[in-house]
Design a protein around this ligand. Structure first.
Ligand SMILES: [Zn+2]
Length: 442
């Protein structure tokens, strides 16, 4: 079993030996569920445990996890979350608060058996009760098992909430490989998104001075690069390819701790996904799978970078400066009012003509070198689309249940959702996004 512990530095290589991380051991291997109890004892976790699961993950692994903990002498109590009919659900902090309220005595530690929703609910409950958290993985759909945030709906708004690093992560590949294909393809979409999120990150470093780590960025991107030609194998749940996808998800969670932000995982493509999530939330319907939305967003961002080069927008911009300053301010007022977002955003609007001119000059002079750096990460949109099609990921708005005109409106306003600087902001400061929306959004 010791052989199944993969050091975090092996998953997300960083040379700097002074970098430390409080994360517990990460196990990846086959037949590990039966050894959960033993792994907990080895990690110093004993006493009582609340084991959170939903109807599906209970059958896939949860019941076996409880049995393994109990046979190791741990007082493990199952706790069901989500709908009783086993249908999909969105993680809200209400679930975490319910757990906290229901406990007369907090358990010594929490265990989650599930994918994104269950993991987020349980790890946030553990954070609130200041107890260690063990993550038992049920699918390769998300990076939530090791990540530094819980992405949950809180008070009707989707938020990134803080959590503690896991005390132990158990990844039984027998369970992961038996999970529904749509969860795998969602994880595949989210992993390939690093092609555009890492491009956005390096661009933000150069143009807005945001802190950046080349090591972290290249480590997370390397999984996307390796997985692009493996779409067919992922679709068949090939063992080696799935192992790589799973390692990529864990690496991404680690990268977020190292970067102290979700930046390595999330660029313009995630703003599109978050906008669709908010729309679904307002309408009271379930959004599409996160990684499927992100895959469609990634194609949009990859095409947008291509348009930037094709139209040579970087070379001084194509919209007159005075027109652009006014237009962007109007857009910001309109879109933030629609989104209900905070208008105080970094690098999104330019106070006056001199400021925008200076920004455009900066882009022009930085571009030859910056373009080279960006192209380390960018993959041609056709190639990405082919990979998504092969694996069975949606490649257009209709594939994630969005009307094309609505998807175009979302593309135009998404940049004002959060302060994160992305290619959407860069492009719009040079040439109005409306000029390429028909080309980019499909
Ligand atoms: Zn994501």
């Amino acid at each position: 079993m010791r052989d199944n512990i993969i050091p975090w530095r092996q998953l997300c290589p960083v040379e700097d030996q002074s970098v430390s991380m409080e994360m517990g051991p990460i196990y990846i291997g086959e037949g590990l569920i039966a050894q959960c109890g033993e792994a907990c004892l080895k990690a110093g976790l004993r006493g009582s445990a609340l084991v959170g699961m939903d109807q599906n993950t209970a059958l896939a692994a949860g019941n076996a996890v409880v049995a393994s903990l109990q046979s190791a002498g741990i007082d493990a109590q199952p706790h069901m979350v989500g709908p009783q009919d086993g249908s999909r659900f969105v993680s809200t902090t209400d679930y975490s608060h319910e757990i906290v309220k229901s406990l007369e005595q907090p358990p010594d530690f929490f265990v989650s058996v599930g994918a994104g929703s269950v993991t987020d609910i349980i790890k946030y409950a553990a954070y609130m009760m200041k107890r260690p958290f063990v993550s038992v993985v049920s699918a390769a759909s998300v990076d939530a098992y090791t990540s530094s945030i819980a992405a949950m709906v809180d008070g009707g708004v989707k938020k990134s909430l803080p959590v503690n690093p896991p005390a132990l992560v158990i990844t039984d590949m027998d369970v992961v490989n038996a999970s529904p294909l749509e969860l795998t393809t969602s994880g595949y979409g989210d992993t390939l998104a690093k092609c555009t999120s890492c491009a956005d990150w390096v661009m933000a470093r150069e143009l807005t001075g945001e802190s950046y780590s080349e090591e972290v960025s290249k480590a997370t991107f390397s999984y996307a690069k390796q997985l692009i030609p493996l779409a067919d194998k992922i679709k068949r749940h090939d063992k080696d390819a799935m192992d790589l996808l799973m390692r990529g998800q864990h690496a991404l969670g680690i990268a977020m701790w190292l970067a102290k932000s979700s930046r390595p995982a999330s660029g313009g493509e995630h703003l599109i996904s978050h906008s669709w999530d908010m729309k679904a939330l307002k309408a009271g319907v379930l959004p599409s799978f996160h990684g499927h939305q992100v895959a469609v967003g990634t194609l949009q961002m990859a095409r947008l970078y291509e348009q930037l080069e094709k139209l040579r927008c970087w070379d001084g911009g194509t919209e007159p400066v005075d027109v652009a300053v006014r237009r962007i301010k109007d857009d910001q007022a309109r879109h933030t009012a629609f989104l209900g977002s905070d208008p105080a955003t970094v690098g999104k609007v330019h106070e006056n003509e001199a400021e925008l001119s200076a920004f455009r000059d900066k882009v022009k002079s930085a571009w030859p070198t910056l373009s080279e750096e960006i192209h380390h990460y960018l993959v041609p949109s056709d190639e990405l689309e082919e990979a998504f099609r092969t694996v069975g990921c949606p490649t257009n708005a209709a594939g994630v249940g969005e009307d094309l005109d609505d998807a175009k409106a979302t593309f135009l306003r998404a940049r004002f959702l959060r302060s994160r600087f992305t290619v959407l902001d860069l492009f719009d400061a040079l040439t109005p996004l409306t000029e390429v929306v028909d080309e980019v959004v499909r």
